[in-house]
Design a protein around this ligand. Structure first.
Ligand code: SF4
Length: 373
């Protein structure tokens, strides 16, 4: 990571993990923290699943997981993998055959717990299928489905039980000389998740997949995930994240990115800085930001835009953004470019104008990045 020597209070010291590959996406080491989501269509409905993966990828998902509950889904997976622009993780529970089929169908990773798929022979078969097809594995420990012997030993799902479960699954893979794996220790409780993740982060150098499971709906789940994932990422833990929401996968991707953006860990698209608005606003800030968020969704270049209702905070925020608009009064406001006051613009033309300015700036930044390569 690049350290900020001027503002050391912004530095996050990322835990050193091994790097593995999920298809062509590197996870762990110094690779960017990957954003994941999961489809909620029937996997056998190939068209709907591919459309959902494509929408998630368009929103920035690096990796997408798909459930493979039966043989028909394994068959559909082959087509899905072929048509999707990002690596696909096959979500397998208990059925070792599904694991083999998914690896053969081209899944980039299997989410499977080797301790839960039967005897040693079956485990070996799944691991060889993964090895033969360049497929990594995610061990997915979940507080809600801990092994019986651990529940008996610890009495209830607790961080120690989750870490022990994770290490038991890891041992099986290592005993089979398989090292292309990452691990998650999810719980729906933020405290339990955070403690389990800290424990597993100390106990292994495997890359870590972060998530707060069954976090809830768009608002409550976003808050829960931001607290849980945010704290862990701030501690330097986490190589890939999935925000679980009872909402469209695209929302999960957007929230994931926003968490990473807030911590300066990844940047993508326009970071809009806007005030909550009040009686001093020179234009309707809330409506404007809502419309700009939609109209600027296509911009992938990392850049910043400030939309501030009046001069109380407008010029100060504009100083630090690529493009800015500050309400002034008498139906117009000031446009700022690269931190400097540039020209006045009437409120009724301001949205179209800002979209143009942002697109221009994005093209400029893209050209500069290309020239620097
Ligand atoms: S910047 Fe101005 S309009 Fe926005 S909340 Fe502050 S005082 Fe109100």
């Amino acid at each position: 990571m690049s350290l900020n020597h001027v503002r050391p209070w912004r530095n996050i010291y990322r835990r050193k993990s091994r790097q593995i590959m999920v298809g062509d996406v590197a996870v762990g080491g110094d690779a960017p923290i990957a954003v994941q989501t999961m489809t909620n269509t029937l996997t056998t409905d190939v068209a709907a699943t591919v459309a959902q993966v494509q929408a998630a990828a368009e929103a920035g998902a690096d990796i997408v997981r798909v459930s493979v509950p039966d043989e028909a889904s394994s068959k559909a997976l082959k087509e899905i993998v072929r048509e999707c622009p990002v690596p696909i993780v096959a979500d397998i529970h208990f059925h070792y055959r599904r694991g083999i089929e998914a690896a053969e169908a081209g899944a980039a990773c299997l989410r499977i717990n080797p301790g839960n798929i039967g005897d040693e022979k079956r485990v070996k078969e799944v691991i060889s299928a993964a090895r033969d097809h360049n497929c990594s594995i995610r061990i997915g420990v979940n507080a809600g489905s801990l092994e019986k012997h651990l529940l008996e030993k610890y009495g209830e799902p607790c961080p120690e039980a989750m870490v022990e479960s994770g290490l038991e699954h890891i041992r099986i893979l290592q005993d089979n000389d398989f090292h292309e794996f990452k691990i998650s220790v999810k719980a729906s409780d933020v405290f339990l998740s955070a403690a389990a993740y800290q424990g597993i982060a100390e106990a292994t150098d495997a890359p870590i997949h972060l998530g707060i499971t069954e976090a809830g709906g768009l608002v409550s789940g976003t808050i829960k995930s931001s607290i849980g994932l945010g704290n862990l990422l701030w501690m330097g833990i986490g190589d890939t994240i999935r925000v679980s929401l009872s909402a469209d996968p695209v929302e999960e991707v957007k929230v994931g990115y926003e968490i990473l953006k807030s911590l300066g860990l990844r940047h993508r698209g326009v970071n809009i800085i806007s005030c909550p608005s009040c009686a001093r606003q020179g234009f309707d800030v809330i409506k404007t930001v809502e419309e700009l968020e939609q109209r600027l969704e296509h911009i992938k270049t990392p850049m910043s835009l400030s939309i501030i209702g009046c001069v109380v905070n407008g010029p100060g925020e504009a100083l630090m953004t690529d493009v800015g608009f500050t309400g002034g009064g008498a139906g117009s406001g000031m446009v700022y470019l690269a931190g400097k006051a540039s020209h006045k613009m009437s409120n009724d033309q301001m949205i179209d104008h800002i979209v143009e300015e942002v697109e221009k700036k994005a093209a400029e930044l893209d050209a500069a990045a290309e020239a620097a390569e």
